[in-house]
Write a protein of this length. Structure first.
Ligand code: NDP
Length: 247
């Protein structure tokens, strides 16, 4: 291993939902690796501005679930920092409930944010990355997208969709020097999982060989690796970062 292992020096990156939870850890990790980072947020402008100041990046508002806003976000990021070489689609939400009770709104909000949001930003970066023959896309899926989970049909559908999308993207863009991979976290301590009841957390710990919830930095290191040249022959892959839960 050299000092420059997984260096992202000179790279320009955009992290959607990059100001909180796993996204914030990814923003910090990419910056520590030398990349310039555009920290996207939807509603948390204060957290995003503070983080951008801390890591020397820029904070840019944008709701990825909206088609025009997703495209505008990529345009704003490139206007601020230059052509993007790294896109991390991290923005995601849950609206958990059992299928018989699930409203159209709960279904659509999750699909619009998690799946359509990723489509909007990937479409916006694709042409430029192909033209420059340089680019890496990392999409956050979930162990739930592989295994399913009661009460999360909407979330699981969005996360399974991300996997099929990412593999297709890898096949479509690989010949142009652009890689696309997915990272599937298990249960990571963030605001998203803070709401889980204690019994659910206990059950997760029982099923996780490493016997703990993950920390956002556990995920960020894998994203950094995938973005780096050390992963230059890795594309269309789904890497589980889950303490062994999903094997
Ligand atoms: P958090 O709830 O902590 O953070 C979610 C982030 O997404 C926030 O930064 C939020 O921004 C942003 N966001 C939500 N909706 C939008 C939108 N429409 N446009 C732009 N940004 C948006 O979640 P986590 O950090 O836990 O999760 C991050 C990703 O990892 C998600 O995709 C999630 O599905 C995935 N994941 C998480 C796991 C976990 O255990 N925590 C497990 C597996 C996968 P703002 O604050 O500005 O609204």
């Amino acid at each position: 291993m050299t000092a420059s292992f997984c260096s992202l020096e000179g790279k320009v990156s955009l992290v959607t939902g990059g100001a909180r939870g796993i996204g914030a850890a990814i923003s910090r990790e990419l910056a520590a690796a030398g990349a310039s980072v555009c920290v996207n947020y939807r509603s948390g402008s204060e957290a995003a501005s503070e983080l951008a100041a801390e890591i020397g990046g820029v904070a840019i508002q944008g709701d990825v679930s909206d088609s025009a806003a997703g495209a505008q976000l990529v345009a704003d990021a490139e206007a601020a920092l230059g052509p993007l070489s790294i896109l991390v689609n991290n923005a995601g939400i849950t609206r958990d409930t059992l299928i018989a009770r699930m409203s159209d709104e709960e279904w659509n909000e999750v699909i619009d944010t998690n799946l359509n949001g990723m489509f909007h930003t990937c479409r916006a970066v694709a042409r430029g990355m192909m033209k420059r023959r340089e680019g890496v896309i990392v999409n956050l899926t979930s162990v739930v997208g592989l295994r399913g989970n009661p009460g999360q049909t909407n979330y699981a559908a969005s996360k399974a969709g991300i996997i099929g999308f990412t593999k297709s993207l890898a096949r479509e863009l690989g010949g142009r020097g652009v890689r696309a991979n997915a990272v599937a976290p298990g249960y990571i301590s963030t605001e998203l999982t803070d709401v889980l009841p204690d019994e659910a957390k206990d059950a997760i710990l029982q099923a996780t060989p490493l016997a703990r919830l993950g920390d956002p930095v556990d995920v960020a290191g894998t994203v950094r690796f995938l973005c780096s040249d050390e992963a230059r022959f890795v594309t269309g892959e789904v890497i589980l970062v889950d303490g062994g839960l999903g094997m």
